[in-house]
Write a protein that binds this ligand. Structure first.
Ligand SMILES: Cc1cc2nc3c(=O)[nH]c(=O)nc-3n(C[C@H](O)[C@H](O)[C@H](O)COP(=O)(O)OP(=O)(O)OC[C@H]3O[C@@H](n4cnc5c(N)ncnc54)[C@H](O)[C@@H]3O)c2cc1C
Length: 459
């Protein structure tokens, strides 16, 4: 009897659609491996059959970043906790583990991630592939918490890198857009589990701009939700606390779900028929209904960091050097108020500490992320391109760098000016994947120097 495990089978009928239903693709085959051996087997098969190969996590990226017409590797079954080092407060997990599951394991071991973005639906590998971030001027993007990464490479080998083992590959792999290999294992630095006390109160952007640096540092984690038609701004602040968790009043359901979700979605749907008349009114009423009263919440860190991001949406988000944020905001406000098209809110403003990860939008500088949004009520299309163009013009002129997960218009020549380590990153990519097994349309369009065949790119 043979001991060889049966070959992993791919499904030919899978259609991939991202969370917001704004991008889709039809991979040649869709695989769901459970082990590193199976990942390697898929890579070898793709290479032998001349196919490209792309991993997908939770499919939350609002762009075609994960899309492929080659082999797609779904990572939902690569979801095991592999090791917990309680003394060092480090955990090792498979790359496909979703953050919600990770929080549960961490909590059981008295640990937590130091910072988080707005949701916990993403996979760990997907999260670090795009340098996903939360907020807090002393806190870096989530990739800064990664201490070791293990890749299944195009050569069909398993390669582990860290600050001391293949350090140049590690600097590249901490934010690699899925192009260095399939991330099968990730080690994360955590801290002792903690509670957060978060407050929300209404202020005005003009007043905040006057005390910009002071307010950004007024708590461990600070974010703004800005409504430019009125200049109202919700200031969310969170600090670590020993206070007892608060109880959620039942009336919150009425405010957050009924008004903040269902009624808002319906109102935005109606506004599609008279956008200039209805949209500014709806956006003003939203502040009045949802944000007039100050709110204080105490809870487990991940629950307080995360929010309900509502329904399908187009988003764009760039980081600008922290010192340019006030100018970016003033110019954006002028553009929005002048614009003949109405836009949706809030505009989300978050603060992130600089880092040394080659492709991180916060590489080498403290940054302020400014995120714009256009909701798609009931998945209906909304006009967004003019708004995006004006926004990107402002962000570009201030040295902004786009969030990798989100659709943007930059190409190699732009990126080479913004990222001093871009060519080193591309050299590592070329070294690990000379035939472009892990490339897709997004990476070719944005990252590779144009007009140069893959093997001859100037790296
Ligand atoms: C509602 C919502 C809220 C969000 N909030 C925030 C936020 O607060 N802050 C923020 O910065 N971003 C935010 N994002 C963006 C999100 O964090 C990123 O798009 C993240 O990359 C998504 O993770 P994912 O698991 O869905 O990855 P996917 O979208 O599936 O993939 C992203 C990239 O990772 C690669 N990848 C995935 N798994 C692997 C693997 N195992 N090996 C190699 N490559 C892999 C894919 O090929 C692709 O290139 C939000 C997105 C949504 C939809």
């Amino acid at each position: 009897m043979s001991n060889t495990p049966p070959a992993i089978r791919g499904r030919p009928d899978h259609r991939f659609e991202n969370w917001a239903k704004t991008y889709e693709c039809k991979p040649a085959l869709f695989f769901e491996p459970e082990s590193e051996e199976q990942v390697v087997e898929i890579i070898r098969r793709a290479r032998a059959e001349g196919k490209t190969c792309r991993a997908v996590g939770a499919g939350h990226s609002p762009s075609d970043l994960a899309c492929t017409e080659g082999y797609m590797i779904g990572t939902d079954r690569l979801n095991r906790l592999l090791d917990v080092d309680r003394d060092a407060q480090r955990v090792t997990v498979q790359g496909g583990m979703r953050l919600h599951d990770l929080h549960r394991y961490l909590h059981k071991h008295g640990l937590a991630l130091s910072n988080l973005g707005s949701i916990s639906d993403q996979s760990v590998a997907g999260l670090i592939a795009t340098a996903t971030h939360g907020t807090g001027i002393q806190y870096g993007v989530i990739s800064t918490m990664v201490t070791e990464i293990t890749l299944a490479t195009a050569a069909g080998e398993i390669l582990t890198c860290s600050a001391t083992q293949h350090p140049h590959i590690f600097r590249a792999a901490q934010c690699a857009l899925g192009c260095l290999g399939i991330v099968v294992r990730v080690q994360l630095q955590c801290e002792a589990a903690f509670r957060l006390c978060a407050t929300e109160e209404l202020d005005h952007m003009e007043a905040l701009l006057d005390r910009w640096h002071e307010t950004a540092r007024s708590a461990e984690h600070v974010r703004y939700w800005w409504f430019p038609y009125s200049d109202d701004t919700v200031v969310w602040r969170a600090n670590r606390t020993d206070a007892t968790p608060s109880r959620t009043p039942a009336s919150n359901w009425l405010r957050d779900r009924l008004v903040g979700y269902y009624m808002y979605e319906f109102a935005l749907y109606l506004s599609r028929f008279a956008p200039r008349l209805l949209t500014p009114t709806i956006e003003r009423r939203k502040v009045a209904w949802l944000h007039q009263k100050p709110i204080t919440v105490v809870g487990q860190s991940n629950e307080v960091f995360n929010f309900d991001c509502l329904f399908s949406q187009r988003v764009n988000e760039w980081s600008v050097p922290a010192e340019h944020a006030p100018e970016a905001i003033r110019r954006l406000r002028d553009a929005i108020r002048r614009a003949p098209y109405p836009v949706h809110f809030p505009i989300e403003i978050r603060f992130v500490a600089g880092d040394d990860i080659w492709m991180s939008p916060a590489q080498g500088r403290d940054v302020c992320y400014i995120g714009i949004i256009m909701y798609r009520p009931y998945n209906k299309p909304v006009p967004y391109k003019l708004f995006w163009r004006e926004y990107e013009t402002i962000m570009r002129s201030l040295g902004g760098r786009p969030h990798w997960a989100k659709a943007h218009g930059l190409v190699y020549d732009d990126l080479a000016r913004l990222y001093p380590h871009l060519d080193e990153f591309l050299a590592v990519r070329q070294q690990l994947d000379p035939s472009g097994l892990f490339l897709n349309e997004y990476l070719r369009r944005h990252l590779l120097p144009s007009g140069k065949p893959l093997g001859q790119a100037k790296l």
